[in-house]
Design a protein around this ligand. Structure first.
Ligand SMILES: [Fe+2]
Length: 387
């Protein structure tokens, strides 16, 4: 395991998840943290011109792209690069560089995959880089739970209890003056050091303060299905009932209609089949980014995995339902009951060698069926393989 989380998923869900912050000191070994080489290489590969992907925050505001990017014509293609002198100048003066939604960066993806495997949900990765002791962010809360992994240096975090618990994407702390932070009572005043991990539920106020030295942290946001997602899904289904398609006139006139509407909506929400279908669609819409294996799967001469292959799920953010089905990467794959123990093995954090996976299977026909299944799941990019 890359991240040492000292509690079980069950314990985490019961004691911390959506309830309170959890600080794990020395959760990642120093040698496994991102190096400056990785960080320096990842940044220029991000979508620099996207407003939401790369931000340079200075004195509480987002700087305009022209302040630190330059556009150039590369044989007829317009490209963008960091204007290094400007970027360095702003950061020397205290700016924080933020890269959001980083994907396909193997050194960073492995952290996301571990969090994803731990909680079984999708993730969103952001890097925050600063020097100096300037505050680039005001006290705020985020609308997604995060795991902050301190990769370089230190950062002080002042944390306060939520005034609007469990906000969603449409909620922004700066746009909700009615829910001011009570700064008189600090819940946690911590120094996040290299290798430390902080779980911070959404809605918890935080004031991350650089302490006059380098600081890089990776924030991994998590995206489980929320009740709100289910509610939105249900409202689309409810229009199958005529009552949801009628016009409204006045409250007095529509009272009976509203009663009926409330009943069909409530019945739909509580319907187990709807709940299961919603989850299936929720996971079906997600995609997992992973490296290609062209040398194996794009070569028409290969039809099976070689003996020395190591295999495992990329992450646990796919979904198995009670009907023996894997929903991942837009595929729904039916799984025979007898393969369930194999799938459980594959859920382990580290990849498993093919012979070890198969050694408990005696029946040759079953062995072949499992090999076929593993080939298919790898071909579809659901399993990751190492030769
Ligand atoms: Fe934040």
């Amino acid at each position: 395991m890359l991240i040492n989380i000292p509690v079980s998923v069950k314990q985490f869900r019961e004691e911390y998840f959506e309830q309170k912050p959890f600080l794990i000191k020395n959760a990642v070994k120093k040698e496994n943290l991102l190096s400056w080489k990785h960080i320096n290489e990842i940044l220029p590969r991000c979508n620099l011109i996207s407003e939401s992907k790369i931000k340079l925050m200075y004195q509480g505001n987002k700087l305009a792209k022209e302040a630190y990017l330059e556009q150039y014509d590369d044989l007829g293609t317009i490209r963008y690069k960091f204007h290094q002198e400007s970027l360095y100048n702003f950061m020397r003066a205290g700016a924080t560089l933020v890269a959001n939604g980083i994907v396909n960066e193997p050194h960073l993806d492995i952290f996301c995959q571990e969090i994803s495997s731990f909680l079984g949900c999708h993730t969103f990765a952001s890097l925050y880089i600063a020097f100096n002791s300037e505050r680039s962010f005001k006290n705020h809360w985020d609308s997604r739970d995060i795991f902050a992994i301190q990769m370089k240096g230190r950062k002080r975090w002042l944390i306060y209890k939520p005034t609007f618990p469990n906000p969603l994407y449409m909620h922004k702390s700066k746009e909700m003056p009615l829910y001011q932070c009570d700064t008189s009572e600090v819940y946690m005043d911590i120094m996040l050091e290299e290798g430390d991990v902080l779980y911070l539920p959404r809605g918890w106020w935080h004031d991350p303060i650089p302490v006059g030295e380098e600081t890089v942290h990776l924030a991994i946001g998590i995206f489980p299905p929320y009740a709100n997602n289910y509610l939105n899904w249900i409202t689309k289904k409810v229009v199958d009932n005529e009552v949801a398609r009628k016009s409204l006139h006045s409250f007095a006139q529509d009272e009976v209609l509203l009663e009926e509407l409330a009943k069909v909506t409530s019945d739909s929400i509580k319907d187990r089949a709807n709940y299961m279908r919603f989850l299936e669609e929720f996971y079906d819409s997600k995609r997992i980014e992973s490296p290609l294996n062209l040398e194996i799967f794009a070569n028409h001469k290969n039809t099976s995995l070689s003996e020395d292959t190591k295999i495992g799920f990329i992450s646990k953010n796919h979904w198995h339902d009670k009907y023996q089905k894997i929903i991942a990467n837009g595929y729904g794959i039916a799984i025979d009951e007898k393969f369930k123990p194999i799938l459980e093995h594959l859920q382990q954090p580290s990849s498993i060698a093919l012979p070890d996976l198969l050694n408990s299977i005696e029946n040759e026909e079953d062995k072949q069926s499992i090999l076929d299944l593993l080939w298919s799941l790898s071909y579809l990019g659901i399993l990751k393989i190492q030769s």
